[in-house]
Design a protein around this ligand. Structure first.
Ligand code: Z5A
Length: 214
């Protein structure tokens, strides 16, 4: 039996980290323990690359940023994600390849085509089974990030960058509506958490039945 890959995406501060425990809890109640991981990161090398990508004071060129994201991802897929899926485990990943399409393809204006070339190389036939895209207005996500610590290198970008990122995420959803489910993340937390659980119920019930079958 093959596991499932669920990814959570969206612009910074939209509430991804906050809904991860909700997803874990929902699936645990259905008898599924998930492996929680994140990108960039998820392996020792990936976490080191994350540090470079987010915390360096150097200017990283868009192409270099894209390649570093995929270097971390290549390691993550080979060392963590594929082995877990092959073992029948469900993987819950905080950001994945759609973030590269949105941030590097959209935000950095490298375009989807260039990201797609490297995505095909690194992912092969791997694709998330379900992607929950949390979508909120720039005002909402900005308001939420204000509550936080220091901003990382990418978070210091301006409104136009984040509008391009958001638009690119929504384009990804339009290109793959069966996989990418858009959740309105503007309302209060309980409302968003309920919408996430409804989406999980709709998408995962068939997989859960398959998992339960002898
Ligand atoms: N990146 C990239 O460029 N290319 C790639 O391929 C990949 C990533 C994989 C790291 O991501 C950066 O890497 C990211 C994209 C780039 N940079 N940016 N910008 P990250 O996931 O580690 O960082 P992040 O997106 O900034 O995530 P975050 O800071 O953890 O935000 P979040 O998880 O979406 O939000 P949150 O922490 O759950 O919530 C923020 C606050 O709002 C918090 O106080 C919550 O309590 C509150 N909150 C959450 N939901 C609600 C609702 N519904 N109502 C009210 N308040 C709420």
């Amino acid at each position: 039996m093959h596991g499932r890959l669920i990814t959570v995406e969206g612009v910074e501060g939209v509430g991804k980290s906050s809904v991860l425990p909700v997803i874990e809890k929902y699936l645990a109640a259905q008898g599924v323990e998930v492996l929680l991981t994140r990108e960039p990161g998820g392996t020792e090398l990936g976490e080191q690359l994350r540090d470079v990508l987010l915390n360096t004071e150097q200017h990283i060129l868009p192409d270099a940023e894209l390649l570093l994201m995929f270097a971390a991802r290549a390691q993550h897929i080979k060392k963590v994600i594929r082995p877990a899926l092959a073992n029948g485990q469900w993987v819950l990943c905080d950001r994945f390849t759609d973030s590269s399409f949105a941030y590097q393809g959209g935000g950095r204006q490298l375009g989807f085509q260039r990201v797609d070339v490297i995505a095909k190389w690194v992912l092969g036939d791997l694709e998330p089974d379900l992607t929950l895209l949390l979508d909120a207005s720039r005002e909402t996500s900005l308001e939420r990030t204000k509550k936080r610590r220091q901003l990382d290198r990418i978070e210091t970008e301006g409104d136009e960058f984040f509008e391009r990122v958001r638009t690119a995420f929504l384009e990804r959803a339009q290109l793959g509506p069966a996989r990418v489910k858009v959740i309105d993340a503007n309302p209060d937390f309980d409302t968003v958490a309920n919408a996430v659980c409804l989406q999980l119920a709709e998408c995962c019930s068939r997989w859960l039945t398959e998992t339960a079958e002898p």
